[in-house]
Write a protein that binds this ligand. Structure first.
Ligand SMILES: Nc1ccn([C@@H]2O[C@@H]3COP(=O)(O)O[C@H]3[C@H]2O)c(=O)n1
Ligand SMILES: [Zn+2]
Ligand SMILES: [Zn+2]
Length: 245
C-alpha cells in the first residue's frame, strides 16, 4: 500500500507566492483532491495534472481558498470531458455550498438546480469511517474555525490528522497522539499575530515535544522563508513536492 501527499499549494488565503492550501492525496492508483480553492485549476496545470486525473474531491469548509475552484472544475469536466466529479463533503455543507457559493455560476434552468445535478454528491457525517478506496479511509472531525461556519478536519486511514483551517485545539491534538496513536499531523499555521481563526506557530510551539515531533506545517503566509529554522521539530511542507506519508 502506498500513500502520498502532493500539495497543490501551501499558502494561506492571501498568499501570493504560494497557491491555496489544497492537496492531492494519492492512495495507490486513487487520487483524492482535498479542497479546491481559487488557485486549484492553475496549480493543477502547473504540475501537469488535470481534474480528469482526480477520482474524487473532498471539501473541508466554505472559504474561497478551499472551494473557489469548484465552478471551473465542474464546468470543465462537464462541458469539455463529459464527466462528473464525485464530491465528498460534510452533510452540513451541501446546502450552503450550493446556495451560498456555487449556484450563481452553475445554475442552469431545467438542467442544473442543485449540487447533485452537477456533482456526484457523497455527504459525510462526523464519527463515521468512510472507505473511499481499497487503501484509503476517511473520517471527518468538526473543528472550530469561524463562529457559525462549519469546518471539518480529516482523519486519514485512522493514523494521519489533516487539519482544516482551525483554531488551536491542544487537547484534541494531544489526545489524537497519545490515545489514538496518530503518527502524523498536517496542520495549518499562522506565522504571526494572534490565532483568532487559525492556529499560530507560537501556539503549536507550546505543544509537548512528542506532539510537535510529528507536526508538518501548511497554510502559511508569504513570510514563510523568514521562519525556516524557527519552527522547532516541526517542518514546513512545500507545495508540489510528493511526500510519502
Ligand atoms: N473573522 C475572520 C474571518 C476571516 N479572516 C481571514 O479571511 C480568511 C479566509 O480564508 P482562511 O484561510 O480561513 O483565512 C481567513 C483569514 O485570513 C479573518 O482573519 N478573520
Ligand atoms: Zn484557508
Ligand atoms: Zn477558512
Amino acid at each position: 500500500m502506498s500513500l502520498s501527499l502532493q500539495m497543490l499549494g501551501t499558502g494561506n488565503a492571501f498568499a501570493k507566492n504560494y497557491f491555496n492550501n489544497n492537496g492531492l492525496l494519492l492512495a495507490d492508483d486513487y487520487t483524492l483532491l482535498i479542497d479546491c480553492g481559487i488557485t486549484a485549476p492553475l496549480a493543477m496545470h502547473t504540475i501537469g495534472k488535470s481534474f480528469r486525473d482526480v477520482n474524487a474531491t473532498l471539501i473541508t469548509h466554505i472559504h474561497a481558498d478551499h472551494v473557489g475552484g469548484l465552478e471551473e472544475l465542474a464546468l470543465t469536466l462537464k462541458h469539455v470531458y463529459g464527466k462528473t466529479m464525485r464530491l465528498h463533503l460534510p452533510e452540513t455543507l451541501v446546502e450552503p455550498l450550493w446556495n451560498n457559493t456555487l449556484k450563481g455560476g452553475l445554475y442552469q434552468k431545467d438542467a442544473v438546480a442543485s449540487l447533485t445535478d452537477i456533482f456526484e454528491v457523497k455527504p459525510m457525517k462526523p464519527g463515521i469511517t468512510y472507505k473511499l478506496a481499497p487503501s484509503l479511509t476517511l473520517e471527518i472531525i468538526h473543528t472550530p474555525h469561524i463562529p457559525g461556519k462549519d469546518s471539518y478536519s480529516l482523519l486519514i486511514n485512522n493514523e494521519i490528522f489533516y487539519s482544516a483551517d482551525m483554531t488551536f485545539q491542544p487537547d484534541l491534538l494531544i489526545r489524537l497522539v497519545r490515545e489514538h496513536g496518530i503518527r502524523m499531523i498536517l496542520h495549518d499555521c499562522q506565522l504571526g499575530g494572534s490565532g483568532v481563526v487559525h492556529t499560530t506557530l507560537e501556539e503549536l510551539m507550546s505543544l509537548p515535544e512528542d506532539v510537535r515531533r510529528i507536526i508538518k506545517l501548511m497554510h502559511y503566509s508569504d513570510e514563510q522563508p523568514q521562519f525556516v529554522g524557527l519552527t522547532g521539530e516541526m517542518e514546513f511542507i512545500d507545495q508540489h513536492v510528493i511526500y510519502k506519508l
